[in-house]
Ligand binder design. Sequence first.
Ligand code: FES
Ligand SMILES: [Fe+2]
Length: 406
Amino acid sequence: MFKNFWYAVEFSQDVVAGKPMKVKLLGQQLVIYRKGSDNSVVAMSDLCVHRGAALSDGEVKGDCVTCPYHGWEYEPDGAVSKIPAHPDKPIPRKARVDSYPTVEKYGFVWIFMGDLPEEERPPMPDWSLIDDTVNYRAVRGSFLWKSNYERILENGVDVAHTPFVHGGVFGNPEKPEVADYDVEETDWSCKISVTLHPPASKGMWGLINPNKKQSLKERPPVKVSNTWWLPNMILLEVDTPMGAMKIYDVNIPIDEETTLVKFVALRAFFKGAWADADAKRRVFKVLYEDQVIVDGIRPELLPFDLASELHVKSDYNAVLFRRRRQELIDMGWSVEGNTIVGEGPARVEARVIPSPARKLVPELASAWNFKEVRSRQILEGRAPQMMTTAEREAIDAETAAAANKK
Ligand code: FES
Ligand SMILES: [Fe+2]
């Protein structure tokens, strides 16, 4: 899992005014809420700095959120402005939590989970077609998946699996060959385009699909593209004979083993509300088919060594993803092993992803109570020169404690 990216975490329409909401991603727990003054979204660490209660169980008061335990009041920038038990005493400097930048775009609430200044942040993808309600009709949905988000992402952009996993929906077992595909790469994404021979359309779509009764030979091929963006986003585009279909999908890593998929599926045909349920059902059918396979993959996480699994020509886009991911790990952006949500042994320490204020406001350097998450690079000792003595001692102590438990 990686910090320093924009993460779409929720559909805008589902974040209602006046109510704090719990959001889990990257092993962290956040509270998000709308400010009373301008309705914009605030996202902050959901760990009250006093006793660790969840602010998301508290209340929104104007632009602030209050803790449900002792009523401490947090400003949108994460600073405590009121301690009801001691209204006349000064507020301690350390009475603050990390607050993260947010933006609402393409119908999602996005949170920047990291401490990079604005100009150094990776770009958000251009998903403006989602806002084109004239040419496209959209359905939205969520799908909770007990698998790792990178395994799910690779599955989503894998062209060779469709005849086997989605035979009868859009994969064609009569035609499993993957032709050479076109590749468009950027630093943050990879799009591949390929020509496929899907089976004849079924159900409602079959009514208007000119493919309906033709034999495989007569049926015109269909152009299909899929794109991944680091670290967790996918777009699947199919030029069906009826019109374009585009499925935008974010694979939100709740933790290493739990992923919340949120999708927006656009179609340029059957644009009435009457066809929404059918369109949604088709996306879920594909997700269920993929889920059976992906849940069974071992190891659960993508290996870090490229040579651990075999790659063939049609896996080019996945190999590229794994290479870029390794570069992100080498940059120190990974946040593995720090999860504070989900199953597991009881924790004695909570670490958080640092917010931009930690770097931007030097006066606050010593005002952060929670320590920063560690990266895989440091955990595995890949770059010992990057470790401080304190960090090295902490790791040594952890290793000794783990050895004693055995
Ligand atoms: S735990 Fe939040 S105010 Fe005490
Ligand atoms: Fe699939």
